[in-house]
Design a protein around this ligand. Sequence first.
Ligand code: OAD
Length: 230
Amino acid sequence: MKKVVVLTGAGISAESGLKTFRDSGGLWEKYDINDVATPEAWDRNQELVLEFYNARRKQAIEALPNPGHLALVELEEKYNVTIITQNIDNLHEKAGSSNVIHIHGEIMKAQSSINPEFVYPLDDWKLNIGQKCEAGYQLRPNVVWFGEPVPMMIQASEITTKADILIVIGTSLNVYPAAGLIDVAKAEIPKYLIDPQELNIIGINNLTHIKKKASKGVPQLADILLREYN
Ligand code: OAD
């Protein structure tokens, strides 16, 4: 089976009701990254950081996958599909995708604020001050903040290097190292970008931009790939 690697960003979940970060009305318009998404923010005001991610978790629990997520599941009929997502929501899993790598972490998990190896699943939307890891330290969201290492990048890069087809969906490609994955894929493989906006991408070979929202563009591309490539 050919290997399809899919890099997703907030845009794929937009039509499920979850806000993107940098679009007009996006999360970084309402919140300052430095107040909620850095280790320094956590040191300054844990309550505010927990509140921000509790809201994300509440919305993620309520959200349903859209046709964009679902079309990626269908691709598994004929392709070996790995999804590398920058999203902390669990909509790819809810849709039924088998291989999902969360390079920026997962909102439905908590981690120890002292030892990132202590990770715990959450089923409620609220993570509170006073909830502690087994070593007695406050739990924080299991997400990657700005300024922190991105441990899943090594695995994500290795998989992307071996891709036969690369699909990039709903990401402004502003945040590194995730955005660099598009450069890691082999030059000769077909690459597809699904995003309603023009992105400033230069020097990428064999790139087709499907300028549509994920709910339309991903099923359309999945149809083509299921018919043509096998
Ligand atoms: P952005 O908000 O930066 O970009 C969202 C992209 O989705 C834009 O290119 C939009 O044009 C596109 N978009 C909007 N609606 C869409 C739709 N219905 N279908 C398809 N595309 C659509 O979000 P990301 O690129 O995911 O990291 O942001 C990357 C990282 O920055 C996030 O993982 C997060 C954030 O800060 C951390 O918090 C570490």
